[in-house]
Design a protein around this ligand. Structure first.
Ligand SMILES: [Fe+2]
Ligand SMILES: [Fe+2]
Length: 306
């Protein structure tokens, strides 16, 4: 008999989770179309231009990205098709996902407790994204199939499942958050019970956690597999398939680095510690981690006033 518990596939989520996801705002049509086109072997840059052209914010994002990457050219690029050819299809898809994530985490019409929690989660999302990108840039060898930009995107959406709970059943989420045991309260004595964090409470309150829910949401949105894995395993990277483990480990470290900045979101973490074995697994060491922490703090510090 195999003693290891079988992984729950996204389709194994309780029907309640599917119902919860049914109540969510859908991904913008343009983002879905861009993701579909990038996956299609028959799509051209012109098809992508037509799809992107429907969304002014995404268009602006792409032009901003291309002009930043071709800094030094005498003329600014204003033609979206040319921008797509220069940036490449994957970058355009990543930008479509980033733009959608921004809208999902920062809805215009919500207020009160929803707004403050969404703001807190968005701050944590962007900090984790930056930490994941910085960690990826420290890797001694580039990841075999993910760029540092892609690590940024995984970091940005890793807790999308909490946001989904906030949209669909905020009372239950708030109830769970209020019962989270503060990090300082963890009894350090040998054999003590682990901290009661948000994941444990989600299992009690919802019957599933935000990692599984977020993975299923990304699946519904037809996001690429690397995002499904990054979101689904950000709390349990060693449960991922072997080739997906290093990326999941990196994101899980980025999550804790982001949670340790002042005011960082740490409710879903049993502890903020990063141990040497985890770093070793992705070829990093304490010094690399310190550089990332330092750089992150510097990036987050407000610009000095003049
Ligand atoms: Fe999480
Ligand atoms: Fe997180």
């Amino acid at each position: 008999m195999n003693a290891k518990p079988q992984l729950r596939r996204s389709s194994d989520l309780p029907i309640e989770a599917e119902r919860l996801l049914d109540a969510l705002p859908t991904l913008p049509k343009v983002a879905l179309e861009v993701i579909r086109l990038v996956d299609s072997p028959f799509a051209s840059a012109a098809d992508l231009r037509r799809a992107v052209g429907e969304d002014a914010i995404l268009t602006a994002r792409i032009l901003q990205a291309v002009n930043a990457s071709t800094h030094g050219l005498s003329r600014r690029i204003a033609d979206i098709e040319r921008a797509i050819l220069i940036l490449g299809l994957n970058t355009v898809r990543n930008l479509a996902i980033i733009t959608s994530a921004e809208r999902f985490f920062q809805p215009r019409r919500e207020a009160g407790r929803f707004r403050s929690l969404a703001n807190e989660l968005w701050r944590h999302a962007t900090t984790t994204a930056s930490a994941a990108k910085l960690l990826a840039m420290e890797l001694p060898e580039p990841h075999p199939y993910l760029t540092s930009e892609e690590f940024y995107v995984i970091g940005l959406i890793h807790d999308v499942g909490i946001m989904a709970e906030l949209y669909s059943d905020r009372d239950r989420l708030i109830e769970a958050l209020e019962r989270v045991q503060p990090l300082d309260d963890i009894a350090r004595s040998e054999g003590s019970a682990p901290r009661k964090d948000l994941r444990a409470l989600e299992l009690e309150v919802f019957g599933f956690d935000h990692a599984a829910l977020g993975r299923r949401l990304c699946d519904r949105w037809q996001f690429p597999t690397f995002l499904l894995d990054g979101v689904g395993f950000h709390h349990s990277p060693m449960d991922a398939a072997e080739d997906a483990q290093p990326a999941a480990v990196l994101v899980s470290i980025a999550d804790r680095v982001a949670a340790s900045v002042p005011g960082g979101f740490a409710d879903d973490l049993p502890s903020l510690e990063v141990d040497d074995e985890e770093l070793e697994l992705i070829g990093l060491d304490e010094e690399a981690l310190d550089r990332v922490r330092y750089q992150l703090q510097a990036d987050l510090a407000p610009a000095p006033r003049r």
